[in-house]
Design a protein around this ligand. Structure first.
Ligand SMILES: *[C@@H]1O[C@H](CO)[C@@H](O)[C@H](O)[C@H]1NC(C)=O
Ligand SMILES: *[C@@H]1O[C@H](CO)[C@@H](O)[C@H](O)[C@H]1NC(C)=O
Length: 501
């Protein structure tokens, strides 16, 4: 015990205060998976001041960890006359809520009934992950903890102890899980921060995730991931896997030492496999990691059929998943519902969409996509699809209204969105001269008058209700003949200057 105490004294006199809260490497965050139960002595023998220092210390200790299932779960159990579970292992999955909870723990006072609390701990630390009991105590009369501690350790729990200096060392020494140097700390409460990093490292060593995980699964493949323990030049991984059926031979592979994941392909759907990974290095011996997983049930194309881009005379039919290695060809059958003639299109197995043309507008069709698989199976799926109503001409309802003797108002209806301007031309009907005239319109209201029209000898035309929508060329006859051709603005000015320039 003396040597141990000396070590601590030595440490805290050597360390400058400013170093005590050193930055924690970000790599710590997702390093670990395990359960840590803090067993906090909250009896009357602990001073209030000590109690709050211990809590602050515990908060800092766990600050860098990702919390929650699959990461680190932290619980807090108080020792008093009766045990008090402040929060359980599943209560805090964010640092914010854990730290807040740590700040609001009240001091129980009363006796140090550690044995009763250990009984609760035994029931809490049962999951099949690395488990730690972090006992924080003043070490004064903890009761007969030998037997419950032995039980806990037999249950796979590592016992780590932080004791303020007056503790009964023999008891603590028997309770702690070896090695003592990193698992048992006796410190002066005023300098407790000096052990934060060492203790955290000891915890990380225990709960460092040593697991082979399945991170992605399909019907024919699986991606396995693990925490890297080698590098390219100091070893490699030996991987082997097979389905759990006895007849399946084991597949073996070596994986480079700098890898942390591998994809297993060509697996059978809906089958349970077992995979193992052993890091091979001549510097250290590593445990073999194993995992069992079941591939997803098979998906046979087509499992999805959809319709898009439908127009009055066509629809696009798409399907998936694309399985070019497994599908020989697709056949599409389509006909008007309920009793139209059925037409058929055959497509290569590499296609996953096609456009059906020559359809009736505003009509409902039944479309069936069937795939002939290389193994002889035929899978079919149907959808109903409607063609659009026949489209209206883009520009309709052209009207000419005489306004004054020399003026006529032109209005029309546009049936499409998005156009920036129109091209307008007019001519005198009974003229024998070539007198066709035109102009660009790019504002919603436009009036020609004799002064500004490109051809002053022509009757002026007043255009109103001009809507900025696209359309297509229409020709309507009235007293004047007018042609409308919608244009984009830039096109429009180009056309104008060409015509009149
Ligand atoms: C995988 O399944 C086998 C047989 O059920 C079992 O013995 C083994 O412990 C399992 N391995 C893991 C990692 O769960
Ligand atoms: C069709 O195949 C292409 C690749 O060839 C893919 O990008 C697209 O998502 C597929 N469409 C469907 C509906 O599966």
């Amino acid at each position: 015990m003396k040597g141990f105490l000396l070590r601590c004294v030595f440490l805290w006199t050597m360390l400058p205060r400013s170093n005590m809260q050193s930055a924690v490497p970000a790599t710590v965050l997702n390093c670990c998976e395990g359960d840590v139960l803090i067993l906090l002595d909250s009896s009357g023998s602990i001073a209030n001041y000590e109690f709050s220092r211990l809590l602050r210390f515990a908060g800092e200790l766990f600050q860098p960890f990702s919390l929650g299932r699959g990461h680190v779960r932290v619980g807090l159990l108080q020792v008093g006359t009766k045990p008090n579970l402040v929060f359980g292992l599943d209560d805090h999955s964010s640092q914010e809520s854990l730290q807040k909870a740590m700040q609001h723990v009240s001091h129980l006072q009363g006796d140090t009934n550690t044995v009763a609390a250990l009984g609760v701990a035994q029931q809490l630390l049962t999951e099949n992950v690395p488990k730690i009991l972090l006992w924080m105590t003043d070490g004064v009369q903890p009761g007969d903890v030998d037997e419950p501690m032995t039980k806990l350790k037999a249950q796979g729990v590592s016992v780590l102890i932080v004791s303020t200096i007056h503790g009964n060392y023999q008891v603590l020494q028997r309770a702690v899980t070896p090695p003592l140097e990193s698992h048992l700390y006796s410190v002066d409460i005023d300098n407790i921060e000096i052990i934060t990093e060492d203790l955290r490292e000891a915890i990380i060593k225990i709960i460092r995730a040593e697991r082979l995980r399945v991170v992605h699964l399909t019907s024919h493949s699986a991606v396995l991931q693990w925490r890297p323990v080698l590098s390219a030049d100091n070893g490699y991984y030996e991987l082997w896997y097979n389905s759990m059926s006895d007849t399946d031979p084991v597949t073996r592979r070596t994986v480079s030492g700098d890898s942390s994941w591998v994809e297993l392909t060509n697996l059978q759907p809906d089958t349970t496999y077992t995979a193992s990974l052993r890091p091979e290095s001549n510097q250290r011996l590593f445990n073999t990691l194993s995992v069992n997983f079941t591939t997803l049930p098979d998906v046979l194309s087509p499992s999805v059929v959809s319709v898009s881009d439908s127009g009055p005379h066509q629809i696009r039919v798409s399907w998936g998943p694309l399985q070019p290695a497994r599908v020989l060809r697709y056949t599409l059958e389509y006909g008007v519902i309920p009793s139209g003639r059925v037409q058929t299109v055959t497509l290569h197995g590499q296609k996953n969409s096609t456009v059906l043309r020559g359809l009736e507008p505003g009509t409902q069709y039944l479309v069936t996509v069937s795939a002939l698989h290389k193994n002889g199976r035929e899978i079919a799926m149907s959808v109903k699809a409607c063609t659009q109503e026949a489209a209206l001409p883009a520009l309709t309802d052209l009207r000419l209204t005489p306004v004054e003797r020399q003026e006529v108002q032109v209005t029309w209806q546009a049936n499409q969105e998005g156009l920036k301007g129109y091209w307008l031309s007019w001519e005198r009907e009974n003229s024998h001269m070539s007198s066709s005239k035109s102009s660009c319109l790019s504002v919603p209201y436009f009036t020609f008058d004799t002064a500004h029209t490109p051809c002053p000898e022509q009757p002026s035309v007043c255009v109103s209700s001009l809507q900025f929508r696209p359309g297509r060329r229409v020709m309507l006859h009235s007293r004047e003949s007018l042609r409308f051709q919608p244009q984009g603005l830039t096109d429009c000015s180009r056309v104008c200057s060409k015509k009149h320039g």
